[in-house]
Design a protein around this ligand. Structure first.
Ligand code: NAD
Length: 297
């Protein structure tokens, strides 16, 4: 194996440490405690795990953590009323509605009801527009985490060829905007891309956000390229046990790449660290204070 392993777990711990120090200073110098409210509708087991771990880490960095768990059958009007209440709450600086929502709820309507300044997931249409036009916004946590790792590893990304595989609103599209913002030449590939292997072979940076276990083989990767694997896929092993794998075939890609993120322990931990960073940023902005350095796009 030749590639450097980009240790997202260690990096995320460092980011959380920086957030924690900044939070302590906010408390001491301004009497402020950043607050994050997480809203969970229904009993999706994966969502419950995410929400629990978000709450725990929020408290660990010294922030206020509030969880609202609503019944799966909650009417849309009740959810919107809760969001309105959180929008008005001065002790809450970040609001996150855990997705996916039960089918009877309109996700776009719900997300766009969040005050854009408190939209720490960066999914509100205003934040999407601000990011797309290169203006200050709340940036989606997963792509922000990928960008931080890339900047940390390379310093400048200027002029690099980047290929993002996947065009979702949550990962692929904002990732491409961020890479463009850092002056990469960006290609977005997707399920209808012709000759994906050829497209990926051009890339100095590959970000795989597809949701298909180990679909990118090593012979698609240019020698020395940096591979960021966003995918989280659970596969069943011959002995009946399960294992988490990414969207890239780690062993064959690591043999040719210059650097690669593992799954687990790569992008995943950075996502929650960036959620905390975004909550801190939102709190600073809401109070007219300087933003934390190195923790925004
Ligand atoms: P999505 O299903 O919304 O989007 C997948 C994208 O992949 C689509 O744009 C589609 O066009 C593209 N695609 C599908 N099949 C393809 C193919 N054969 N070739 C090329 N492109 C193809 O998924 P998402 O929400 O963007 O998530 C992608 C993956 O990232 C999932 O595995 C998800 O679990 C993971 N994820 C991880 C984190 C994290 O914190 N690490 C956060 C969000 C998502």
């Amino acid at each position: 194996m030749t590639a450097d392993i980009i240790d997202g777990k260690a990096f995320a711990a460092r980011v959380r440490g920086q957030v924690g120090e900044h939070v302590a200073r906010l408390k001491e110098e301004h009497g402020l405690t950043p607050g994050l409210a997480v809203v969970l509708v229904g009993e999706d087991p994966a969502s419950q795990v995410y929400v629990r771990s978000k709450g725990k880490m929020t408290t660990e960095v010294g922030m206020k953590s509030v969880e609202h768990k609503l019944d799966a059958a909650t009417p849309e009007a009740d959810l919107l009323a809760l969001i309105e209440q959180l929008n008005r709450d001065k002790t809450i600086h970040g609001i996150l509605v855990q997705l996916p929502l039960p089918k009877h709820l309109n996700e776009d309507l719900v997300i766009n009801a969040i005050d854009p300044a408190k939209d720490v997931d960066g999914f509100h249409i205003s934040n999407v527009g601000l990011l797309g036009t290169g203006q200050k916004s709340m940036v989606p946590c997963t792509p922000l985490g990928c960008l931080m790792m890339l900047r940390d590893y390379h310093g400048s990304l200027l002029g690099m060829d980047a290929v993002v595989i996947g065009r979702s609103n949550i990962v692929g599209k904002p990732m491409a905007q961020l890479l463009l913002g850092d002056s990469c030449t960006v290609t977005i590939a997707h399920s209808r891309t012709r000759d994906l292997a050829d497209v990926v072979r051009r890339a100095d940076i590959v970000v795989a956000a597809v949701g298909r276990a180990e679909m990118v083989p090593g012979d698609w990767i240019k020698a020395g390229a940096t591979v960021i694997d966003v995918g989280i896929n659970r596969i069943e092993l011959p002995d009946g046990k399960t294992r988490l794998v990414g969207d890239v075939d780690f062993a064959s890609c690591a043999a040719v790449a210059g650097a690669i993120t593992p799954v687990p322990g790569g992008v995943g931990p950075m996502t929650i660290a960036c959620l905390l960073a975004n909550t801190l940023t939102a709190c600073c902005r809401a109070n007219g204070l300087a933003e934390p350095e190195g923790l925004t796009a």
